[in-house]
Design a protein around this ligand. Sequence first.
Ligand code: GUN
Length: 290
Amino acid sequence: MTQTATLLDGKAVAAKVRGEVKERAAAFAARHGRAPGLAVVQVGTDPASSVYVRSKRKACEETGIRSFAHDLPAGVGRGELLALVVRLNADPAVDGILMQLPLPAGLDANEIMDTIDPRKDVDGFHPQNTGLLAQKRPRLRPCTPFGVIRLAQEYGMKLRGLRATVVGASNIVGRPMALELLLAGCTVTVCHTGTRDLAAEVERAELVVAAVGRPGMVRGGWIREGASVFDVGINRTESGKLVGDVEFETAAQRAGAITPVPGGLGPMTIAMLLSNTLDAADAIAQGRGR
Ligand code: GUN
């Protein structure tokens, strides 16, 4: 059988979102006499993190957001890192703070992330922002799940009433994804390492989000005919190829719509980070939040 699924072009939609951000950044600069600012903090030299951080900083420059780079050695002390966060919280030129994860062992990521001013938490990871999303009054929303929702909207998908299965229950993707889908009116199942029958949970889903970080974890044959498949995984194979968490070729023969890897949620995540930065900048300038 040949591929019938619609390819959900995250690269194209991300370009559209970035175009909107560029206009908003110019309007912000005209009104306030400065560009909106995003501080991107990297601790250590994890190669994957370095790739992401570089992309984020470059995307800022292309859209008129001022990027503040803070690269700290893996051995940085707790006190020094906390002091940087406190400084960035107080810096009027900084509207958003992104602490690239994972942090090196020895640092308490929760303690560091909880210190970020929730109004500048453009990752949406602060318990206050998570709580607001859980209470269906979202403020700053985690970039990848928000990117899934935006991509679905751009393709005119009606999410209300859909049976949705999220594979993976991480704080960065799986959990906030479940909250986003619930907010959109889906009936949501979240799968994790304790799930007894993953195949069955995926098989009845009309919408599947895969976010586990393991190539081929979601078998193409499990995908329900016509389902929408969002693959958040970005895995490098031994031969150097980038693949998602879903067996793409077989899944694409059954799905109604599917995201490619690369070119799906990767570019969407960065675009939503920029969009969140503008939301944070506008809210802070208008004295909203807290
Ligand atoms: N590491 C992997 N994904 C993310 C993300 O979305 N934000 C941050 N800060 N770190 C990450």
